[in-house]
Design a protein around this ligand. Structure first.
Ligand SMILES: Nc1ncnc2c1ncn2[C@@H]1O[C@H](COP(=O)(O)OP(=O)(O)OP(=O)(O)O)[C@@H](O)[C@H]1O
Ligand SMILES: [Mg+2]
Length: 305
């Protein structure tokens, strides 16, 4: 569904992409993982036909993204890094604007807008101006916007960035639902535990270069045998929540320090399970800090850096 070959992009004197190639098949949930400045957004802008590469090409649905951009974008749901809305207009009016841009026929618009808002639990707030929306609500509205044209392919650029654990969790659940329905997903993120929950394949990009392309489960295997130390800050930490965390498969040791639950766990998947079991039991998690070995260690291993 996506074919990217030998992309190179130089901004003035920054080499943002250096010989980037990958493919994404139909129905696949593909993670594009990398730290800040790695080249994720640059790659997405090329896929969307917004900027030209210096070398290489990108094809989506078998067609060149520059020659057939308009036709291709009709079938893509795109969530940019920073979504722009008209603040004084309501959520409904903003989506109506996007629906018209996408050429959704008038007779279908209302239904399509309401369905999209329903998917992200914003239907009740459809008439509020966007300036009254929280960051999390705006992000959900961005997701509603990406669904307005009933796309086959979703391209999401760090959909949970800046969100609290509960909002991130909700957005991840939504995205998982879209994948289940058969949409193809290209998900850019810098969070390994996030992409592990949603995607089956991953390409890791670092300093403009793809350093690994593999199934996520193989990456997890590479990291197995080592413990990850994770500090989960929970405002209402209590015995029940601690017991829940201890019971999660893969948790090796737990100690408590004030509102912090500090655990040694088997892998990143375990961190995700601990967080979701605590959130489900009403835990108010405000931060999760992961210490070695995490994504950095994988980078170090793969780049010898
Ligand atoms: N318009 C631009 N002009 C000059 N340099 C740019 C421009 N856009 C990006 N860069 C540089 O290109 C590199 C890749 O940036 P890019 O935005 O693609 O990274 P990213 O992986 O999306 O990072 P983040 O996780 O912070 O969003 C960085 O070094 C960045 O500073
Ligand atoms: Mg970016």
């Amino acid at each position: 569904m996506i074919e990217v070959r030998n992309l190179r992009k130089v901004y003035e004197n920054v080499l943002a992409l250096d010989d980037v190639s990958f493919e994404v098949s139909e129905g696949e949930a593909f993670a594009f993982l990398g730290p800040n400045g790695a080249g994720k957004t640059t790659t997405i802008k090329i896929l969307m036909g917004f900027i030209y590469p210096d070398l290489g090409y990108a094809k989506i649905f078998g067609k060149d993204v520059f020659r057939h951009g308009k036709e291709i974008r009709k079938r893509i749901g795109y969530l940019p890094e920073e979504m722009g809305f008209y603040d004084q207009l309501s959520a409904y009016e903003n989506l109506n604007f996007y629906a018209r841009l996408f050429g959704v026929p008038k007779a279908e618009r209302e239904k399509r807008i309401e369905e999209s808002l329903e998917r992200v639990s914003l239907l009740e707030r459809k008439d509020s101006p966007v300036r009254e929306y929280s960051h999390g609500m705006k992000q959900r509205l961005g997701i509603a916007q990406s669904l307005i044209n009933n796309p086959d392919l979703l391209i999401y650029d760090e959909p949970t960035s800046g969100l609290d654990p509960r909002s991130s969790y909700e957005i991840r659940e939504m995205i998982k639902g879209f994948v289940k329905e058969g949409k193809t997903l290209f998900l850019s993120s810098h969070l390994l535990y996030e992409v592990q929950q949603i995607c089956e394949t991953v390409a890791i990009i670092n300093k403009g270069k793809i350093v690994v392309k593999d199934e996520i489960k193989n990456l997890s295997k590479m990291m197995s045998g080592k413990s990850i130390k994770v500090t989960i800050r929970c405002l209402n930490l209590n015995e029940e929540l601690i017991e829940r965390a201890k019971k999660v498969k893969g948790v090796r040791r737990v100690r408590i320090d004030g509102n912090n639950l500090i655990a040694m766990v088997e892998d990143e998947e375990t961190i995700a399970s601990v967080i979701s079991s605590m959130v489900k039991a009403g835990g108010k998690i405000t931060s999760v800090k992961e210490e070695s070995p995490g994504l950095e260690e994988i980078f170090l291993k793969l780049t010898g850096d």
